[in-house]
Design a protein around this ligand. Sequence first.
Ligand SMILES: Cc1cc2nc3c(=O)[nH]c(=O)nc-3n(C[C@H](O)[C@H](O)[C@H](O)COP(=O)(O)OP(=O)(O)OC[C@H]3O[C@@H](n4cnc5c(N)ncnc54)[C@H](O)[C@@H]3O)c2cc1C
Length: 434
Amino acid sequence: MRLYADKPMHFSKPHTASYYAATRNEIAAFPVLGDEVRCDVCVVGAGFTGIATALTLAERGYNVTVLEQNKVGWGASGRNGGQMLGGIPGEARLDKVWGNTHADFLFELGYCGHDIIARRVHQYGIDCDLRYGAIDVALRSRQVEQQKRMHEALCARGMENQSRLVSADDLRELLGTDKYLGGLINMRNGHLHPLNLCLGEARAAAGLGVSIYEGSEVTGIEHGDSVRVRTRHGAVRADNVVLAGNAYQHLEPSVLTGLVFPAGSYIVATEPLSPEEVAQINPQSLAVCDMNEVPDYFRLSAENRLLFGGRCNYSGREPRDIEKVMLPRLREIYPQLAHKRVDYAWGGKIGIVVNRVPLMGRIGTNVFYALGYSGHGVSLSHAFGEVLADAVTGTSGGIDVFAGVPHRKIPFGQELGSQIVALGMLYFRLRDLL
Ligand SMILES: Cc1cc2nc3c(=O)[nH]c(=O)nc-3n(C[C@H](O)[C@H](O)[C@H](O)COP(=O)(O)OP(=O)(O)OC[C@H]3O[C@@H](n4cnc5c(N)ncnc54)[C@H](O)[C@@H]3O)c2cc1C
């Protein structure tokens, strides 16, 4: 078998120059696929969705191959805000379609990724700075009202000991800013180093026999009782295929084009803060996310850098100077940190679905897909990995709940579609401002 292990850089892009890439745990590079191999399940994409699905299937005894065009964790999974958040985007739409029919399943699903992550971190010894505690913060009075309803809903689900409303006065103490009108703490949520989680899970999957190939872009899929997945230098024949390329993939265009749009989101990481600064701005090291439709989100890293992200431009275009775009907003919230140096600035693509409900379904009988977590994929991708593994192994109840949600395709293809979504997001930003 030709593996091209000696020249992977010819085929793949390196990790983006992020704080995460600079502090990643080393794992051995995976080879490039250079031949035709056979397996039970072929997974396309080595972000959280792909690796979590592969690991679940391997834990169940399946023979799995993962094909990644660049590096494990190269996409959104290795670049995101690291906020492990519960719930499912597009809840209102899911309610409209299903009423109460699947309410319990959906609530459990919205948090089960947290449990999967915690179990894997423990079981496989993954060093990814997992910490618990997160807070939603309100910028408008209607968001304070919304937080009260969210809190009631969490209490009704037995989370009264894990969630708490916080007044604006208390927030000044807790977050060292008077920018917010109220907060909702959720101690079941948390934050982590996403690239190290993804790499650790890949290492665990490889340890269970999963074959992972990097620098191996999938260029085509030939459907049939067994599916043939082509890469530039090899192929995989599999009984089932899982597409997990999220905002970066272009496969199966007749089904998936126009459903998910690659929206840019950007993060800056400051130099480490002093203990005094930490005590002033976030002594409990909470993950913070505002409640705007286009939110700002921030948290401290393990060595107390402030990781501040947000402002999706929804146009897919990367700003020339990310630091210049992000710093004014960081300083609006924390003027006391205006002197802090920015050590890293980077961006990535979020897969946004128009009605926000993540996409999961099947093409034919044996090609499955999951994508479009609309910025909530750290935990949810792990939950979806479980549902995808169920579907592959013959239990389709979970996938059918999502496959049954109608989605509207943006007309005129991906390019013009992105501009239409940009207009839609302008509408959401105007709503945020009202
Ligand atoms: C800047 C930023 C901040 C975010 N912050 C948060 C947050 O704080 N909390 C949260 O919950 N979510 C957040 N998200 C969203 C979250 O990161 C994603 O929802 C999640 O990582 C999606 O995982 P994935 O595996 O589906 O996709 P990705 O991680 O994007 O992985 C897809 C992989 O598929 C590969 N691929 C694509 N096409 C092919 C092909 N043809 N052949 C082979 N490989 C292919 C890509 O190279 C890529 O590695 C953020 C996203 C970004 C970009």
